[in-house]
Design a protein around this ligand. Structure first.
Ligand SMILES: C[S@@+](CC[C@H](N)C(=O)[O-])C[C@H]1O[C@@H](n2cnc3c(N)ncnc32)[C@H](O)[C@@H]1O
Length: 382
């Protein structure tokens, strides 16, 4: 099935710019929707989240469509990718399916396959069911469940996850590109990111393929994600995988490796991963990637600790990560943001990570104390 046609059927438009989006939004006949959407975005811009306002996105199909057009810059790219790859035999499981746009697309494309979508929140599942009904699909089923504990007692030929890993642990339910459109996830519902690769492996048939589109805005986060896959007994096949970058109307550039993984004991080494990241990417020449390459190229750095923070900058919400890295006797505290900032904050050529541990903890303390006002220049002077 043609992707543009599908998106038009579920009435998910694509906007080229924020101005275009607002112009379209103001043209809608339902002025309530316009007013609420506007106030949610303004709240976000000023760092406040009103969960009641945010819940609006899941109240009806119309509202969900607005949500998707605004915050899912990757939907059409993602569906085009799914359209182009050969799916293995067998049914399909989507973990963290959200409003079910990808699951319903695959159900429509493969009427002979059964598609199961799982998400944590009942209102999200209900939205997905509404879209399936709208499309008159009978081979797709949605379930409300926690991925960390999921055991459907069967395997699938394909497992899919899109923008789920980061959300499981960060507590930003329903957020896209660090734009928390829905609500903060209660602490009790958060799960370590490593549960995702294990849930995928548990449900993947021996010859099955796990297709993942998970955000990794720097090489270290890509290495962590691949490490989690390895520890679940999965290995990405780099020749089938691709680095994708999207530009969102409201959140700027997003980076997502599209990884195709299979059950395997093989372990990719850091050099192979770095080579793939640098070569297979349209942004290969970008300054941020060059800085990362300088850090990683000559050393197989081990991530000793890593923490992610929400920050604000002049463009609004963003995400930053601080890593404590070690290689032999050298150590680094390295800072990255999803807007492309990269900085080595502390380094040592003796004593390894241990010698930087106090400085790293101090930095985390500062960031935890007030993550919303951090800017990269402030951090370097700590
Ligand atoms: C960013 S959204 C992505 C939704 C969808 N895959 C897409 O790209 O349109 C992440 C989804 O994962 C769900 N989620 C987060 N943590 C989860 C968990 N532990 N178990 C199940 N679903 C979870 C959220 O409710 C949310 O719908």
């Amino acid at each position: 099935m043609d992707v543009a046609q599908y998106l038009a059927t579920v009435d998910i438009a694509n906007y080229e710019s924020a101005e275009h989006f607002w112009a379209q939004l103001h043209g809608l006949s339902n002025k309530d929707v316009v007013v609420i959407a506007r106030s949610i975005f303004e709240e976000r811009q000023s760092g406040r989240v009103n969960t009641q306002h945010s819940a609006f996105f899941f109240e009806s199909i119309d509202n969900t469509q607005i949500f998707h057009t605004v915050v899912s810059p990757y939907l059409s790219v993602l569906l085009e990718k799914l359209n182009a790859i050969p799916f293995p035999p067998g049914d399909i499981l989507e973990l963290g399916c959200g409003a079910g746009v990808a699951a319903c697309y695959l159900a429509a494309k493969f009427p002979e396959k059964k598609v199961v979508g799982v998400d944590l929140f009942p209102e999200v599942v209900e939205t997905a069911e509404n879209i399936a009904r709208l499309l008159k699909l009978t081979n797709v089923e949605f379930r409300q469940a926690q991925i960390a504990e999921l055991d459907l007692n069967r395997t699938f030929g394909s497992v899919l996850s899109v923008a789920l890993r980061e959300e499981m642990s960060s507590g930003r339910q329903g957020s896209f590109g660090y734009f928390s459109a829905i609500q903060e996830m209660p602490e009790a519902l958060r799960a370590p990111a490593s549960h995702l690769s294990r849930a995928a492996a548990r449900h993947l048939s021996p010859q099955g393929m796990y297709f993942s589109f998970e955000r990794c805005h720097d090489i270290a986060s890509l290495a962590m994600w691949v490490g989690e896959l390895h520890s679940a007994g999965l290995a990405p096949r780099l020749e089938l995988s691709e680095m994708l970058a999207f530009s969102s109307v409201l959140t700027g550039v997003e980076k997502m490796p599209f990884l195709v993984s299979q059950h395997s004991e093989e372990v990719l080494d850091a050099r192979a991963l770095l080579g793939w990241r640098s070569a297979g990417s349209e942004d290969a020449q970008s300054q941020e990637l060059n800085i990362e390459k300088r850090v990683y190229e000559n050393h197989a750095w081990k991530i000793v600790k890593a923490t992610e923070f929400g920050i604000r900058d002049e463009l609004g919400d963003a995400a930053a990560r601080v890593y404590l890295l070690e290689c032999d006797r050298e150590g680094l505290v390295y800072f990255t943001t999803n807007r492309g900032a990269r900085e080595i904050i502390f380094e040592t050529s003796f004593g390894g990570a241990q010698i930087l541990l106090n400085k790293f903890e101090h930095l985390l303390g500062e960031l935890t104390y007030n993550p919303s006002v951090v800017d990269v220049r402030g951090i370097t002077s700590l």
